[in-house]
Each structure stands twice: as C-alpha cells, then as structure tokens.
Design a protein around this ligand. Structure first.
Ligand code: BES
Length: 490
C-alpha cells in the first residue's frame, strides 16, 4: 500500500472513499463537521436516524453528495472524545480500511483522526492500524478471481506527518514480517528454516549472522537446546544476529524462544493444547522482526538478536523426565517435565547473551500457560528485578496498544524449583507457574547484566479469534513496543 499526504481542504478533494471519525453523542471530528456542513446536515441526520453509537471501531457508510465528491463516506466510531487514545486511532483506521475493502475501493482517503488531540503520533498510529488490519495469512488459499486490493491511502493532513506515516508503516511491516513466520506451520518451518530466514534477513540488511549446528552446539556446551531438540528428526540451531552502527550509544540483547513445534515431548500435550503450538516460535520471530525494524530505522544502538531453536518431539531419542543436564555455567538441571522446554533452551541463550555484557537484555517467549491463566489472552507478563525498566515497558505498551503487566519475581517461590538431584529442576508446582519459570531463567542471567527483562507472551502472541486490528493467528507482539523502547533509549 502506498501512503500519500493530501491537503485538508475538503472542497478540493474527490475520490472513491473517504473515512471520517465521529465521537460518541454525535460529536463530529473536524473533517466530519465540514462535510456535514456541506451536506446541509445530512451526515448528522443519517447518524441520528440509524442510532449510530460511535463505539470504537464501529463503522457505517453513506453515499457521497453533489458537494462532497466521494462515492462513499465511511464513518468510523471513535468512542468518547475525552477518552481518545492512539489505540482508538489504530482501531478506527482498521475498521475504516476493512469497510473500504468490503466496498471494493482501491483508493481510500483517511481523515487524520483526532489529529488536533494527539499530535504527530496520530499519523503513526493511523498507518499502523491500516497496515496491521490489512494483514491476512492467506498464502495457502486460492485467490478470488475478482479480488480487489487497496493500493493507495491518502491522508488528509500537513506535509509534516509524512515521516510519521512512514515510521508507522515500517513498524507495522516488521510486525507483519514476524506474523508471517509465526503463522507458518511446523512442517514448513523447522529450526534450520528459521536459521535460513535469519541469514536472508542478514544479507538484505547487512547484518552479521552466525548459526550453530549440532556439532557447534555440542562444542559450545549448549546442552539445553541439544536436549530439547534431540527427539526430533529436524536438528536444533542457535542463531546470533548483530546490527552494529558506527557509534552505538548502547548495546542491547534480545532473546527469543524458537520452539518450531511444541508437542510437549514425552510429556506430550493433550490435543486441545497442542493444536496451536506452531506459535511456540513467536519469541524468535519477534526477534527477527525487531532486527528488521532496527536496520530499517538505522537506530544508533548495537543490537544482538539471539535465537535458540528446536523442535520438541517425542521419539526414541527424545530427552526424558528425570534426565539431568549440565549447562555451560556449571548448573545442573533435572528435567521434571519435558513440556517445560522454553526455559531449557533460553537458559543457553541467557548465558551466551550475558557474556556479551549488554546494557539491557530482554528475552521474549511463549513460555507458560500459567501466564495466560494470570493475565488473560491479551497481556504480556513482565518479569524484571528492575522495577523502573518494567514500568517503562508497560508505559510504552499503553502507546503501542500492546498490553503489559508486571508480575513478581517472588524469591519465596524458589523452593519450588529445588531438587535433591541437581541444582534446580525445570518446573515447580501448579501455583505461580509463570513466576517459577521466570525464576528458573534468572538463574542463567550473569551477574554482569544489570538490566534484564523476561516477557512471557504466551497469551498475546497468537490469537484464536480476531481482535481489534488483528486477524486470527499471530500478532507480532511485542515487536512494536520493543522498537519504541530502543527509539527512546538514551
Ligand atoms: N508452549 C507452552 C506454553 C504456551 C501455552 C504457549 C499456551 C502458548 C499458549 C510451554 O512450552 C508449556 O507447555 N509450558 C508448560 C509448562 C509446565 C509443564 C510447567 C505449561 O505452561 O503448561
């Protein structure tokens, strides 16, 4: 889709469709008000007649008028004026786009909703809402012969919003890139395929990329990745991507869980919990999306993307409950449950990442069902010994529309992962399962790392039903928030 800024003068514009915003109680946005005036109040009357409540994301359309030269005017709800937020803009833009698609328009004009209220960021949110809502994972579906694609988005506003639209588009493109990989099934993406994607990305953007195969994993004593991957016919990998600008102001390490399919292993999952487990590589795919965005935006931060990746399968060579593995840092771990696989592969990456002595290290993983029990389907759990850092991410999430909530790294629960046979074991009891998983990870964060954050994205990474501007499937969470985080680092 191509974005273009056009002037705000409604008198000089004409086209296929125009999307305008309306607040609750029929409070019109500035452009909607101008249109209403030109139509001698027809717009207002229409909205009144159909009892349009203008809830966020709700949408109706009416035909144009001799003085308003658009085929259709699409009216999107913005909710209460005093509650307008950037996420309202995303949702409204998404609703407008979908309606225009249904009406088979190729070119759509968008009023910059609430521009006066929210400033430049509005343009970014508008572009994000449009691009995220336009995404559909349909490559395995036959195309409709008469399919219409929206080609041009024209935004009513000043020239200055151009760069913000572009930024929003880039962030959404990186997110959609992530979604595309997550949505690919386990028969298409195996650990070596993830490595291929990383290498292609590196070539495209001039990143450094190293991939460890099984031999190298053994040499590097990455025993967690090897154990989880040993039951699969498709061997595991470890991927290290580096973006290094000339004079970086900070060094940040991102780590993403890349279980390409999580059957649970010998502690096999029941059918209803296994069926979405292609999503267990969402953390890894988010790291790839972040690397893409960082390179696109040419940020002045050195960024490392680390991806431990394996397929967790049962089989004659699979790792077993009660196996004991010893990590490079000397820690012995008893496998209490082969389904607690993410923490085992992340441990290797956390040891490796710590050695890079980063200013900040953030891991992201579809780690526990327990986090979903605690926070629901839409919220990422944040775990960090640094309260300020956790609070910062949560606040950024309020801007990006990706939701976060901090959960405690409660040391009293450490007892739960003690074992008589090894330093620790990989699961505790049912209670506080997301917390004991995070406590396990903390054991592998080196003392040299002051700022570490673990993000449990088990809920929001993958949706079983469409929500807001997201279609069913992968969301690309937390790519946009992480890039915002980097953009704001000083
Ligand atoms: N991949 C799952 C976690 C998950 C659940 C991700 C739902 C996305 C949606 C993870 O590997 C897992 O199964 N964890 C177990 C841990 C348990 C055995 C301690 C879980 O959460 O049940």
């Amino acid at each position: 889709m191509k974005f273009q800024v056009v002037g705000k003068d409604i008198n000089s514009l004409q086209g296929e469709a125009l999307v305008v915003g309306v607040y609750q109680d029929q409070v019109l946005s500035p452009v909607a008000a101008r249109i209403d005036e030109k139509m001698s109040s027809l717009l207002k009357d229409f909205l009144k007649d159909i009892h349009f409540k203008a809830e966020v994301g709700k949408c109706v359309f009416m035909p144009g008028h001799k003085d308003v030269k658009f085929k259709n005017i699409i009216i999107v709800g913005l909710g209460k004026k005093e509650k307008l937020s950037l996420d309202t803009v995303r949702q409204a833009a998404a609703a407008g786009l979908k309606e225009a698609k249904k009406l088979r328009h190729k070119e759509v004009y968008f009023e910059l909703l609430g521009e006066e209220a929210l400033g430049d960021e509005t343009a970014k949110a508008l572009a994000e809402g449009i691009e995220l809502a336009d995404y559909q994972f349909d490559k395995y579906k036959k195309k409709e012969e008469d399919e219409v694609k929206i080609e041009k988005i024209k935004v009513l506003g000043e020239e200055t919003v151009n760069s913000w639209l572009e930024l929003g588009q880039k962030l959404a493109a990186a997110t959609n890139f992530t979604r595309d990989i997550v949505n690919e099934p386990g028969n298409v993406i195996k650990p070596a395929d993830l490595a291929d994607i990383a290498q292609k990305l590196a070539q495209e953007y001039g990143l450094a990329c190293t991939v460890y195969d099984e031999e190298r994993l053994k040499a590097e004593k990455m025993h967690g990745i090897l154990a989880v991957g040993q039951g699969s016919a498709h061997p595991p990998r470890f991927i290290h991507l580096i973006y290094k600008p000339q004079n970086p102001i900070k060094r940040v390490v991102f780590i993403g869980k890349g279980i390409t399919f999580d059957s649970g292993g010998l502690d096999i999952k029941p059918e209803q919990f296994m069926k979405t487990m292609k999503c267990d590589k969402a953390g890894a795919c988010a790291v790839l999306g972040i690397m893409k965005a960082v390179a696109e935006l040419k940020l002045d931060i050195e960024v490392h993307g680390l991806i431990p990746t394996a397929e967790n399968m049962p089989g004659g060579n699979a790792f077993r409950p009660d196996d004991i593995i010893v990590y490079k840092n000397g820690k012995g771990v008893k496998i209490a449950n082969t389904d607690a696989d993410g923490r085992l592969i992340l441990a290797d990456a956390l040891i490796y990442g710590s050695a890079l002595k980063p200013d900040v290290m953030i891991d992201m993983a579809t780690l526990t069902g327990a986090c979903m029990v605690a926070l629901g389907r839409f919220t990422t759990g944040i775990f960090s010994p640094q309260g300020e850092l956790a609070a910062k991410i949560k606040t950024l999430g309020e801007k990006t529309g990706e939701k976060f909530w901090q959960l405690p790294l409660d040391d009293d629960l450490k007892e739960e992962i003690k074992s008589p046979f090894a330093d620790i074991k990989n699961v505790g009891s049912r209670y506080g399962g997301a917390i004991t998983a995070a406590l396990f990870l903390k054991e592998f964060v080196g003392e040299e790392v002051e700022n570490w954050v673990h993000l449990d994205i088990a809920g929001p990474a993958f949706l079983e039903k469409a929500w807001k501007y997201y279609a069913e499937g992968a969301t690309g969470v937390p790519v946009r928030t992480m890039v915002e985080f980097l953009r704001e680092i000083k």
